[in-house]
Design a binder for this molecule. Sequence first.
Ligand SMILES: Cc1cc2nc3c(=O)[nH]c(=O)nc-3n(C[C@H](O)[C@H](O)[C@H](O)COP(=O)(O)O)c2cc1C
Length: 330
Amino acid sequence: MMDWTDRHCRAFHRVLSRRALLYTEMVTANAVIHGDRARLLGYDASEHPVALQLGGSEPAALAEAARIGADLGYDEINLNVGCPSDRVQTGRFGACLMREPERVAACMAAISAAVRVPATVKCRIGVDDQDPEEALYGLVDLCAAAGVTRFTVHARKAWLQGLSAKENREIPPLDYPLVHRLKRDRPRLEIGINGGIATLDAALEQLAHVDGVMLGRAAYHDPALLGEVDRRVFGEAGRDVDPFEAVACYRPYMARQLEAGVPLSRMTRHMLGLFAGRPGARTWRRILTVESSVSGAGLEVLDRALAAVRAEQARTEDRRAAAGRLAVLA
Ligand SMILES: Cc1cc2nc3c(=O)[nH]c(=O)nc-3n(C[C@H](O)[C@H](O)[C@H](O)COP(=O)(O)O)c2cc1C
């Protein structure tokens, strides 16, 4: 997700789940080819498995960008056919490519020929007045004929006129049954679903119908849910990663990045939701937000925030215990 799932975010999410596949922000093929690769494509080895998402609509440029990504070790090359922003429409890629399935298939054929890692598509169910069934099946079938076997479908249309990118993630209605039907009708393809899936319970329900679930905003705003993914989704034995453990595991990464001159706030901004729904959540957010941005801020900010959360959680426990004693007395 643009501006959200940068390398620091992904490294943080990786300490919560070893198994979840992580995606980069969308990077345009031209930026990959001509831009500052270290800044755009640099990542930490701990992030694997990590997919590079490309934006573009020129097969040759996408193939070259994919090759660069694969050479850097990305585990999958994904093409964005879902972003509705104006900037992307001007470049004639993203969601507006739902109208040009032959072109998408040509792009995917070029990417597949250029790399050995999986070449995958993230798309919508259609745009504007398209018939979603025709648009989705049309795109998927042409891409499948070009060799693509894995798709992630954001289960709503994008309306390219009149809605902002944010509104396009909320207003067009979700159609999960269409994506479920696609999986039933095309059983050999790996179909993942995305859009509005806010909890792991909801994700597990989806997995009765499709092969994968992509979590966007929920994973970002409530990253602690990723701490349960390896056990609940991948069936791994062992304990969940709790938020305190996640911070402890991320800490050495943060120390290395600080040492390399990365400001603390570049990392802590992705951690603000870690205690969402738990005692201390607001204090955690406040301390990280206010104190991380002070020049020269270091891990002492993290320690202060953790200590404040621990104290608040202990007070909440004490209050609960006292309430329990009162209930017993009554
Ligand atoms: C800030 C933000 C940036 C996003 N950037 C991208 C992007 O670069 N590529 C992409 O495929 N989707 C992007 N999305 C869309 C999400 O991947 C996802 O499809 C959408 O939010 C719906 O899923 P959710 O309800 O789980 O969040 C972005 C979403 C947000 C909120």
